[in-house]
Design a protein around this ligand. Structure first.
Ligand SMILES: Cc1cc2nc3c(=O)[nH]c(=O)nc-3n(C[C@H](O)[C@H](O)[C@H](O)COP(=O)(O)OP(=O)(O)OC[C@H]3O[C@@H](n4cnc5c(N)ncnc54)[C@H](O)[C@@H]3O)c2cc1C
Length: 332
């Protein structure tokens, strides 16, 4: 089967990977000049944390997100399987109790266990939650590694090609993975702005994603190796994709210092921003819009849920499966 995919973010690249595995010939059209340059996927933290996400997300995100770790392990060497640690400062300990009530599959840990897991944080926190089955990836290296594999498998990439789904001919199927850019065609799609920092510190060592709870500014830090840390991310109901506010940077840095004072001497390597594509219920969706299959609405779960969405899309195209209305009924 000859398939066109529009958009080379995490949704487009995971779909291409599934389609190639089923014997399809795939061409990807990307309006940016290279992988990542215009994709929301470039700015992600890369947390594969379905149980932590259960604090606010639907149970279907927790259930289907559990497949992400093994999918990424099959397709990249980037998966760090060290779990997630969740803390709150003493004055915010009620946040930790609420988080514990809303989530599952964690162990409550005290100072000694924290010191064993993360020696740099041992003296700073006396209680926390440890989610041992969670993982994280470097999203940039991961999508670049999918790109390399797809090129080797014969997938054609057409960069600097901004196309509309209805204008492509000569393909048996067109799959729209354009993220927030599809907003004109899909009015129910909205943007949720996310700002992030990349810090470099030789004075902090972390093995796993850390979440610091706060009533207004919850923060996470994801170690990327070589002293690099992704610090994120704001969640602002806004479609703005390029402007980072002073307040957001100030608040993220403040929370990073609260996690570990050595972050005050860290180098700011990068300040990034994009808007996550989201439907009103914050759940992604695979659906036919005429003859075009749309895979969109990844919200804050692009790396967590794209593997499942890609498989749902492949089942619809290759097996003719009906796509259920509810994400809870998606089959992996
Ligand atoms: C700060 C931040 C932190 C995040 N952290 C996480 C996390 O830890 N874990 C997680 O799972 N998710 C996270 N996310 C969410 C995740 O990044 C998104 O859900 C995901 O990137 C959306 O992927 P996508 O492929 O749908 O869209 P995109 O990545 O935006 O890709 C769409 C692509 O389509 C291209 N395109 C658009 N229009 C056209 C056109 N007409 N023709 C050709 N090409 C076109 C664009 O150039 C782009 O490359 C985070 C997001 C942000 C902003």
């Amino acid at each position: 089967m000859n398939i066109a995919i529009i958009g080379a973010g995490v949704a487009g690249l995971t779909c291409a990977t599934e389609f190639v595995a089923r014997g399809a010939k795939v061409t990807i059209y990307e309006k940016g000049p290279s992988i990542g340059e215009q994709a929301c996927s470039w700015w992600a933290g890369g947390m594969l944390a379905p149980w932590c996400e259960g604090e606010t997300a639907e149970s279907s995100v927790v259930k289907l997100g559990q497949h992400a770790k093994s999918w990424w392990k099959t397709h990249t060497a980037q998966v760090q399987e060290n779990g997630t640690l969740v803390f709150a400062l003493d004055r915010d300990l009620s946040e930790l109790r609420t988080f514990a009530k809303r989530t599952t599959d964690y162990q409550s840990v005290g100072a000694q266990e924290i010191a064993q897991l993360e020696p740099d944080l041992g003296e700073r926190f006396s209680q926390g939650l440890f989610f041992p089955e969670e993982a994280h990836i470097d999203p940039r290296k991961s999508i670049l590694s999918l790109f390399d594999q797809l090129v080797s498998a014969g997938v054609i990439f057409k960069f600097n090609c901004e196309v509309e789904p209805g204008t492509l001919s000569g393909f048996e199927c067109v799959v729209d993975c354009t993220g927030l850019a599809a907003q004109d065609a899909i009015p129910e799609l909205r943007g949720v702005k996310g700002e992030m920092l990349l810090l470099r510190s030789r004075d902090v060592t972390l093995q796993r994603s850390i979440r610091l709870l706060h009533p207004r500014i919850p923060l996470y830090v994801v170690p990327r190796g070589n002293g690099l840390f992704m610090v994120g991310a704001t969640m602002i109901e806004n479609t703005e994709r390029t402007r980072v506010s002073a307040r957001s940077v100030f608040e993220m840095l403040g929370s990073a210092f609260a996690l570990h004072p050595a972050f005050s001497e860290a180098e700011i390597v990068e300040i990034g921003v994009d808007a996550r594509p989201a439907y009103l219920n914050n759940l992604p969706k695979v659906n036919w819009r005429g003859k075009v299959l749309t895979v969109n609405g990844m919200y804050r779960h692009g790396f967590l849920l794209a593997p499942v969405m890609a498989r749902v899309a492949a089942n619809a195209i290759f097996e003719g499966y009906q796509i259920p209305e509810l994400m809870d009924e998606y089959c992996y």
